[in-house]
Design a protein around this ligand. Structure first.
Ligand code: C2O
Ligand code: CU
Length: 471
């Protein structure tokens, strides 16, 4: 598939690659063809040269993995072949796929063993910004690099000059450049997960990105970190959020001026390059006060593209989602407990949870630590039924809670209705926050609900939602 936006992206990436980054050209998808994707080890220049390159795990040896681009309504057919020495799987984060294609090892498919392959095949129902990553092996497989973007283009996209994908990854690197071991660290699991030492954008640390004054960019931000929440600040530039987790939202300035993106989450922004000709403007992550750092520099060229920023419409057409029936919805209270200092907030059920903590399980959904595969489902839903989940974060930590197979509306936070009732597949809960979400259970199968801080997920912060077949 060839069109102007992917051509201009290819132009952009070649420029980036010429600067020495480990960026590979995207593989454009051809209608009807099966894409081959290899999973194996590779190298990437994550630290600025002359520091050493890093051995990584990668899709098609590229870091991030190849950008898969389709049109809404097309069918993805992809054969994944595992060249690693351990099993893996691929989950299509945010896409509403049939259960057998969801890529959760041991739940929706057997793991893809070393030397084996697996054919993923499904229709792309929703346009938007999605991503793919392994769904086994906890923090290690993502922490060593396995992640890629999957873009589904609208029939009539909004008008922009360039459409860019920013895959953000967080690495814990040792002095020699190797990815640090210790993916199962109990300390990480008890706290905010495996926070790294280096953040990369499309595989490069704080890249310099050339922009033309007064050009309009659509930037698809993907937080592929295993633990780090990002609060991106664009300085005097004025990003407008147009989609969250791939789903269109009424265009709005980000709350508090920063684009908040938790692990697993995405934000599509429209950004006009309104800096002066020649201006180098930094994009910074301000999430951890006292530990802000540059994510990228937007280097404005000398010759403006036009006299002023364009005023084109930014509203995206909605996807064909099933609206939850709020009046008839089943209501569920879902309480998250655990982590460092979490005992204080456990209430009556503390003894049972503390007993599980002695066995190395640190996080609980309604009192139970789970891998999301075992035991009775947290919710058993009839096909087509609507559900309101009152999520309560009784911990001192941030948690991006992800639901598979469905998207939901975020209805309220701490009892206050949200401004946009945004559709999402992952909702970020602040410490001690209460968030209400609503969805219609219209996709049959066993689906995970879990924290996308992967060290939390593997220490118990997961549950199963079972949706019955249509009758
Ligand atoms: Cu992005 Cu269950 O994962
Ligand atoms: Cu968490």
């Amino acid at each position: 598939m060839t069109n102007l936006t992917s051509l201009s992206r290819r132009g952009f990436l070649s420029g980036a690659a010429a600067l020495g980054g480990a960026v590979l050209l995207p593989t454009p998808s051809e209608a009807g063809a099966t894409i081959d994707l290899s999973i194996g080890s590779s190298w990437a220049q994550l630290l600025p040269p002359p520091r050493p390159a890093t051995p990584v795990w990668a899709y098609d040896s590229a870091l991030p993995g190849p950008e898969l681009r389709f049109r809404q309504g097309e069918r993805l057919q992809l054969r994944a072949r595992n060249h690693l020495d351990r099993p893996t799987s691929i989950h299509w984060h945010g896409l509403r796929v049939p259960n057998a294609m969801d890529g959760v090892a041991h739940l929706t498919q057997p793991p893809i063993g070393p030397g084996e392959d697996f054919l993923y095949e499904f229709d792309l129902l929703d346009a938007g910004t999605y991503w793919y990553h392994p769904h086994m092996g906890g923090a290690e497989q993502l922490g060593r690099g396995l992640a890629g973007a999957l873009i589904v283009e609208e029939d009539t996209p909004i008008r922009v000059d360039r459409d860019l994908v920013w895959m953000l990854q967080d690495w814990r690197l040792e002095r020699g450049g190797e990815v640090a071991p210790g993916f199962d660290s109990a300390h990480d699991a008890m706290h905010g997960g495996r926070i790294g030492s280096h953040v990369t954008l499309n595989g490069r640390p704080a890249p310099r990105i050339e922009v033309v004054p007064n050009e309009r960019l659509r930037i698809r931000i993907v937080n592929a970190a295993t633990a780090r929440v990002l609060a991106l600040d664009f300085g005097s530039l004025a990003p407008v959020v147009v989609a969250l987790d791939g789903q269109p939202v009424a265009p709005h300035a980000p709350e508090g001026g920063v684009v908040l993106v938790g692990p697993g989450m995405r934000a599509d922004i429209v950004l006009d390059a309104t800096g002066e000709p020649g201006a180098a403007m930094t994009v910074r992550d301000l999430f951890r006060s006292g530990d802000a750092y540059d994510v990228a520099t937007l280097a404005h060229g000398d010759t403006p593209l036009r006299a002023r920023a364009p005023d084109w419409d930014m509203a995206l057409a909605p996807n064909p989602l099933s609206e939850p029936d709020l009046a008839g919805a089943v209501r569920h209270d879902i309480v998250f407990n655990g982590g460092m200092m979490g005992q204080m907030m456990m209430g009556d059920e503390a003894p049972a949870m503390i007993e599980q903590m002695r066995q190395g399980r640190m996080w609980f959904v309604n009192g139970r630590a789970s891998d999301g595969h075992d035991g009775p489902p947290l919710i058993a839903a009839e096909h087509g039924s609507s559900h309101v989940l009152r999520l309560e974060n009784r911990t001192g930590w941030w948690h991006p809670i992800h639901l598979h197979g469905h998207v939901f509306r975020v209805m309220s936070r701490d009892g206050r209705p949200t401004a946009h009732r945004e559709w999402r597949d992952t909702v970020l809960m602040a410490p001690e926050e209460r968030v209400e979400i609503a969805f219609q259970a219209d996709n049959p199968g066993d689906w995970m609900l879990h924290c996308h801080v992967l060290a939390h997920q593997s220490a118990g912060m997961a549950a199963l939602i079972r949706v019955a077949d249509a009758v």
